[in-house]
Design a protein. Sequence first.
Length: 429
Amino acid sequence: MKTFLCIVFSALLAACALAASPSDYVPPTAIHTSFSNDPSKVYVMWHTTIQTPTPTVIYGTSSSTLNYTATGTSASVILSAGFENNVTLTGLSPATKYHFECGSSNGMSQTWEFTTAPATQTDFTIAVYGDMGVTESINTVNYINDLAYSKKEINWVYHVGDIGYGDDYSADLYDVMWNMWFEYLQSTMGTVQYMVCPGNHEYSCEHSDCNSYSQNFTFYNAKFQMPGADSGSNTNMYYSFDYSNVHFVSISTETDYPGAPYNPIFGDQVAWLVKDLQKARNNPNINWIIVTGHRPLYSSYNGYSSDGKPTGQSQKIQKTFEQIFKYFHVDIYFSGHVHSYERTYPVYDSTYIESSYDNANFTTYVVAGAAGNKEGLATDYMTAPDWSAHRYWKDQGFGLLQVTHKTIEWTYYHSSDGKVEDQFKITRS
């Protein structure tokens, strides 16, 4: 509770700096990086409470020699919420650690780092979770910061929607909660790339006082730069990128498919997905395809399935995407939305296929939506269908995905004590 109050206080102090003059410049906050679909390019973004001169990144392969400079743009959704700054770094070497500072002529940040994607097959480990807010997430946050910043044991993070939960607070705290959430994870975001996909809590502030400027995923699209332009979707809502021997795809379970819960149209997601997956399957360097989206296709939580068959929004997601997953042999679909953990066996058309993950021919579905938020854990589960392999809802948690040439190993941990709750491995001969 003390940590939470301290962060509230610091965020409010930052908000008070909105009226500050350049001479009172506040250093950049919410500094984060993301991949493009090109190992030689990385996106750097940060937040400032006032508009500053040209957004600038200085960088290099040594922390003592930042001898390269790139500039970018800044924009504001609403002036009272500050400015989002975006710089694209190009001409980078693959699998190389870079050190950088960001800011402007008014002042720069401390030195942070990132490592570019490899150009060839390399073993790697990433953290995967969804539904992380400011409250009830401190244990998860501490583990992720430790793994990324202190121990250097993860290469990057995939957050599968519902980010910060600003819409669970009063309208005047919406952007404050966003900034608090970034502050929680600054050690991680200043060390490894942080990839995201949209969830329902990114749609708007959900209050009449701020809906006019926050609806239609406005803050999400302003605060993150994902590789949509590089992967042909031209949107942050759904996109893809290659990392090592894996083709990663983020879909939008919120928009752009028949029966989607929200109306804004960002493009023809389904046509894009088919074209994207076809290209990936034709790439001899890709051994695995992993898809992420916020809402689950398979979940045995009450209201998401009946007699083992998806219902409600999950049924609409199944109708649109499952056959595509099967045709292009998607290995794993990661989601959140349900604030608990569940793993399936390989499953198709609501039918349990097999318990073995060796040379599996059908998709495995993992719900990892228990990173922690003020809405608490989801505990109202039904009797497990035969496709449900493991469920857990008693603690917050996160997962680590380890990928090699012929294996994908997933381990799910309790956030309270780091205990392993579940583990499985997909192999390919």
